[in-house]
Design a protein around this ligand. Structure first.
Ligand SMILES: C[S@@+](CC[C@H](N)C(=O)[O-])C[C@H]1O[C@@H](n2cnc3c(N)ncnc32)[C@H](O)[C@@H]1O
Length: 410
């Protein structure tokens, strides 16, 4: 069910159409629990181009306003591209003459971010995040801190008059706007694009490719295929992946993300996520002796042990299988597995599976207390409590399905 949209969205659509964005058969709409999104305004056929954002409307590392400060000097080399985009938006977003003001007016407010994005949650609620989400959050906090230090150092070295100081709360907000709304941009004419970008495509980092695409950032995420995003020298296109009836919400995929990634990076989880997986690191790593830890590290099998949804039952990744073998069977048998010479005998697999069942039982024992702690969060954290509860129930379900499937085999 689509809800009424505010005037700012109507204003933005007319601005977009005059500024290099072509919109065909779709419009922004409001959806309960998802904020704004995109709706089909008529029946749509598979293969139709729904949106085209001309490269001149895209903000990327190559845009002059991003690679230089307003005074014309270069940003500190310590400031990431993500940080440059955030600094540019922070410096301009409260300015009535901001060239992208119409777009800026459509962003979610900081108040909305405080409810949904874990970076804004209280320590108490952050402590109750699943392990993988907490790890992403820690990295996010470190990156924001480093970018803010680089921005602040620049502000100090510029004269007060030519360079206003950036408020930290505003910087965190625009950093998260970039985080939740950016796309990857391929710079198809790379050698000509910008003196600040690496000359060779292979040398571009993921961060270099960040780009903001007004209007395209209305699309909400789906774990399924969703509409297709394509780039060429002219800009970005969104193409219908199938027929849609008028009134249907259209989605795009942000990638094959797990629910912990979606929660930490975007502030939501999917009810039914085909790419969902959880980490088992906190169950396996503490069991390793120093020697085992070092050997797994040298073999590049240390950490990142995952249990994915799988079909018909959850599956562990190759890294988990390797680490569990090292923990439970003779070293030479682990070495054969690690070298890819031998998949192991059925008896060895049973030993590994039995060990894994024990670890999953250990995990299962903490859910009751965890869910009680989530329930005990104050009422003002109602939205966070509901998301955390839903996520922990999903994790418990995955753990139990894996445990039952393994027990059936034993
Ligand atoms: C690129 S924006 C999409 C537009 C956004 N809904 C808005 O109101 O402006 C990404 C944000 O949309 C929301 N979102 C995207 N997909 C969603 C989904 N499937 N369910 C719930 N929220 C979603 C999340 O808040 C996410 O951080």
């Amino acid at each position: 069910m689509a809800l009424e949209i505010g005037e700012e969205h109507t204003r933005f659509v007319s601005w977009a159409e005059k500024n290099g964005i072509t919109i065909n058969g779709v419009a922004p709409a409001k959806f309960p629990g998802r904020g704004m999104g995109i709706v089909a305004t008529r029946d749509i056929k598979a293969g139709e181009t729904l949106v085209h954002v001309h490269s001149k409307a895209i903000i990327s590392h190559a845009s002059p306003q991003i690679f230089k400060m307003p005074s014309g000097r270069m940003w500190s080399k310590d400031l990431s591209v993500h940080g440059r985009l955030a600094a540019y938006l922070a410096l301009r977003c409260n300015d009535e003459n901001f060239e992208y003001k119409a777009w800026r007016d459509t962003w979610p407010s900081i108040r909305e971010f405080r409810q949904i994005l874990p970076i804004y949650w209280s320590d108490e609620a952050q402590d109750l995040l699943p392990h993988a989400a907490k790890e992403i959050l820690t990295k996010q906090q470190r990156n924001i801190e480093a970018d803010f230090c680089a921005v602040s150092a620049t502000c100090i070295s510029e004269s007060e008059a030519s360079f206003p100081k950036i408020d930290k709360d505003l910087f965190i907000y625009t950093w998260m706007i970039v985080n939740t709304r950016c796309f990857y941009w391929d710079y198809l004419d790379l050698p000509k694009v910008s003196p600040r970008l690496p000359r060779m495509r292979k040398d571009l980092t993921a961060d270099d490719r960040y780009a903001m695409c007004p209007f395209m950032d209305y699309f909400n995420h789906t774990g399924d295929e969703g509409c297709v995003t394509e780039t060429n020298r002219d800009g970005y296109y969104v193409v219908a992946n199938q027929d849609y009836q008028a009134g249907t919400e259209l989605y795009a995929s942000y990638g094959t993300h797990t629910n912990d990634t979606l929660l930490a990076e975007y502030g939501f989880i999917l009810e039914d996520n085909p790419h969902d997986a959880i980490t088992l690191d906190h169950l396996i790593l503490p069991d390793l002796t120093f020697k085992q830890y070092e050997l797994l590290r040298m073999d590049k099998f240390l950490g990142n042990y995952t249990l994915s949804r799988g079909s018909p039952s959850p599956v562990t990744c190759h890294r988990t299988q390797a680490a569990l073998r090292y923990l439970t069977i003779p070293y030479r048998r682990y070495a054969a597995f690690e070298a890819g010479l031998d998949e192991g005998t059925p008896e060895e697999q049973q030993i590994v599976d039995r060990h894994l069942v024990g670890l999953l039982e250990q995990y299962d024992r903490v859910f009751k207390t965890l869910l009680e702690d989530v329930e005990a969060l104050e009422d003002k954290m109602g939205e966070q409590r509901a998301t955390l509860k839903k996520r922990w129930v999903q994790i418990r379900c995955l753990v139990n399905q894996a445990k039952w499937a393994l027990r059936d085999k034993l």
